[in-house]
Ligand binder design. Structure first.
Ligand code: NAP
Length: 330
């Protein structure tokens, strides 16, 4: 079978490798579709974890079909499954032990024709979703779900700000809207903001033409929740946008990793800053159930490529021209 490897940082190669063999409690899954994450780009470049053991098959998100199984498993061959991003995080809060269970680094990932995963880490893919749609849930979908629902209990009347129009942010627009929240979103592109309005966003700001977008959001409404995806370059504006007592879901580093924090503003205004590291298998189950109950909320896929397009598509991903998710079907 064929698989993509990071042999050394900055180099992605495709080669023929022996098919993996499922051990006890494991499933052999034929990958049908994968979705790409900004994380994959960072992983290949060596920016995610420079001490990562190589070679590594990258990739965190897929949907596939069970074609083999080890002793002690009960999943029927032919079942369409989605592996959870973190095979060691089943439910509840994240623990140190679970930090090493993440697919696509340090655990061997999904950019391969066949993969082996623990049976207890997969869920059955929602029937109404295509392979490509189902492949978008484990990382971007679950991250937005964890930030909005598990951690911040977003519901009717809540106001939510999310940043940009990439994978996590578009899920946040859709999920928060479906949960009854009022959603604001920023983007560098007026055309993309128009697309976000069509998905339910009620307030939009172009962060290029309005550098003090935090103030512009605050003039609309000091928001209850910010889905923080920019990091160093956006956090001060997010603090300006949020209400006293609000909740910042600290998720992304699209605009830098290191910053000085205005601590007095955070403590005096009682802002809760909650780190998010994707989510548990329970979050994936909850998201899949929610989407099944809200079948009109479909993952937004910018475009679909093929197995051989991985290198070029990851390169394009870092340019940020897409809206929502980029998917490859195998
Ligand atoms: N902690 C976690 O659990 C977790 C999980 C998933 C992702 N992440 C992180 O979250 C971030 C987003 O991931 P993703 O996969 O959704 O990325 P993505 O799909 O690659 O998002 C790209 C988009 O981000 C927007 N963007 C870039 N710089 C921005 C800025 N300064 N302000 C606002 N928007 C900006 C752009 O939107 P416009 O073109 O509209 O301007 C760009 O198109 C990444 O840093 C990723 O590593 C973290």
């Amino acid at each position: 079978m064929r698989a993509w490897h990071i042999e050394s940082f900055g180099t992605l190669t495709c080669s023929d490798v022996p098919e993996p063999v499922p051990g006890p409690g494991e499933l052999l899954v034929e990958v049908r579709a994968v979705s790409l994450n900004f994380r994959d780009h960072l992983m290949v470049a060596g920016l995610y974890n420079p001490r990562l053991a190589l070679p590594l098959i990258p990739g965190s998100d897929c949907c596939g079909v069970v074609v083999g199984s080890g002793d002690g498993t009960s999943t029927a061959l032919g079942t369409r499954v989605i592996p959870s991003f973190n095979s060691l995080w089943v439910d509840g809060p994240l623990t140190d032990d679970a930090l090493t269970g993440t697919l696509g680094g340090p655990v061997s990932g999904v950019f391969a024709q066949r993969i082996v995963v623990p049976e207890d880490s997969v869920i059955v893919a929602p029937e109404h979703l295509t392979d490509a749609e189902a492949a978008t849930l484990p990382c971007a979908g679950v991250t937005a779900w964890r930030a909005l629902v598990t951690d911040a209990s977003v519901g009717p009347g809540t106001s939510v700000l999310t940043l940009g129009t990439g994978g996590v942010s578009v899920f946040a627009v859709q999920l928060a809207t479906a949960l009854g929240a009022d959603v604001a979103v920023t983007s560098s592109s007026d055309a993309k903001l128009e697309q976000m309005r069509a998905l339910g966003a009620v307030h939009t700001v172009n962060y290029r033409s309005t550098p003090k977008w935090g103030r512009a959001i605050r003039d609309w409404r000091p928001v209850d929740v910010v889905v923080e995806l920019g990091g160093a370059g956006t956090l001060k504006q997010s603090l300006s946008a949020i209400k006293t007592g609000g909740h910042i879901a600290l998720i992304g580093v699209l605009d830098g990793v290191v910053t000085e924090l205005p601590l007095t503003q955070i403590l005096m205004r009682a802002i809760r800053v909650q780190g998010v590291f994707v989510g548990s298998r329970a979050d994936l189950v909850a998201l899949a159930d929610f989407l099944t109950g809200h079948p009109t909320v479909r993952p937004v896929i910018d475009h679909v490529g093929g197995f051989d397009d991985l290198g070029a598509e990851l390169h394009k991903l870092s340019a940020g021209t897409h809206v929502g998710k980029v998917v490859l079907t195998f």
